[in-house]
Design a protein around this ligand. Structure first.
Ligand SMILES: Cc1ncc(COP(=O)(O)O)c(C=O)c1O
Length: 377
């Protein structure tokens, strides 16, 4: 097995720093961490459903009862007859769904911090056969709606890749959420320029509970054509659902999934956990819990000297600027978290469905001791 530093650093920009003191197998068995919501295990509801799905034989390639049930539960959640596909991860969900919105000569507009731009190794361009990703600015990880119009109007000649899709991340990469008003501004502009809207919802559950709105209000009623509905960070072992609210755009998406290596032969193990999560609202409970833990963490951090929170804490992420010596000392105490995901001096702290109040308080207690010592000048 590879060590934590090798596998995690390789997935992030080289300036991202994580401590390398403990190999992953030691650290993960002894302490819950704030490095990523991917560090958490499988939540009990998903695990139980997976266990049930393991009884006996089932039809393969998605023609099974679990997949049928999970798709219908997603239709219930969104209160619409949408098309649903289960894939292994967020990169494929984003890339394949964006590819289905574009031709190769089109472009995709996204925020400059978007996962599709900074953390998918060019997969959206690859799966869309060269569709170019164009970057938009905006405070707090959110697209400034006026920048959409500027990007579309910047060039309209035949020599420039024609903007055709817009992707928004909800919750964003820095843990903020788009309000309904912000989504409406985006919807109006997108429609004006005939841009199809894709939502990267790796943390969609966190956004739903943070905003206190219904899934339909935040998606198809807000002009979203396709949502990548995140399951992994919410408590699944693996898997995201690609949800098309505009069925025309889903045409032959099954072929795209197969060609992209995303058609699971034992599909029931991707779909059954969704049944466990959705049937009695566990997905919302877990997201709410993770958000609450992030608020607790933020409150603790705000009480400390020398540390500053960088973005409004609206979902399960806290970004904090702390002295380098404190980062290093926290790592020495065994805490794992990334620094430099967004800017070199910001550390990212993520809460998960299984983060406890004790985890948060222990982290804050260590930070308190370390920040009480003035930094030598
Ligand atoms: C905003 C966002 N989108 C998508 C993903 C999914 O990526 P992966 O391909 O690692 O599942 C992530 C994971 O970190 C993410 O943070």
């Amino acid at each position: 097995m590879r060590g934590a530093s090798a596998s995690t650093i390789s997935a992030l920009p080289s300036r991202v720093v994580i401590n390398t003191i403990l190999p992953m197998n030691v650290a993960s068995s002894t302490r819950r961490q704030f490095a990523s919501d991917n560090y958490a295990g499988i939540c009990p509801e998903a695990f139980a459903a997976m266990e049930q799905a393991n009884a006996g034989h089932e039809v393969s390639y998605g023609n099974d009862n679990w997949t049928f049930k999970a798709s219908n539960l997603i239709r219930d959640v969104f209160e619409i007859n949408c098309e649903v596909f289960f894939v292994f991860n967020g990169t494929s969900a984003n890339s394949l769904s964006l590819a289905s919105l574009c031709q190769s000569y089109h472009s995709i507009l996204c925020h400059e911090l978007a996962h599709v731009e900074v953390a998918e190794c060019g997969a959206p361009e690859f799966f869309a056969n060269g569709t170019k990703v164009l970057l938009l600015p905006g405070e707090g990880g959110k697209i400034d709606p006026s920048s959409i119009e500027s990007a579309v109007k910047k060039r309209t000649d035949i020599h420039y890749p024609k903007p055709r899709a817009l992707t928004v991340t909800q919750a964003t990469e820095v843990g903020t959420v788009y309000s309904l008003q912000e989504l409406e501004q985006i919807r109006v502009t997108a429609r004006k320029f005939q841009l199809r809207v894709q939502m990267d919802g790796a943390r969609f559950a966190n956004a739903v509970v943070a905003l206190g709105l219904t899934p339909k209000e935040l998606t198809w009623q807000a002009g979203v054509d396709v949502l990548c509905f995140g399951g992994t960070k919410n408590g699944l072992a693996v898997g995201e659902a690609v949800v098309f609210f505009n069925p025309e755009l889903a045409r032959e998406f099954d072929y795209r999934c197969k060609q992209g290596g995303q058609l699971a032969s034992k599909m029931r193990f991707l779909s059954a956990p969704w049944v466990g999560m959705l049937k009695d609202g566990a997905w919302l409970r877990h997201a709410k819990h993770a958000n609450t833990m992030a608020s607790r963490l933020a409150a603790g951090i705000r009480s400390l000297p020398q540390v500053e929170i960088s973005y409004p804490v609206q979902s399960n992420a806290v970004f904090a600027k702390m002295p380098r010596s404190v980062v290093e000392a926290m790592h020495e105490r065994g805490w794992k978290f990334y620094t430099g995901v967004v800017t070199p001096d910001e550390s990212r702290l993520m809460c998960s469905w299984d983060t406890t109040e004790q985890d948060v308080d222990a982290f804050i207690s260590d930070m308190k001791q370390l920040t009480a010592v003035p930094i030598p000048v």
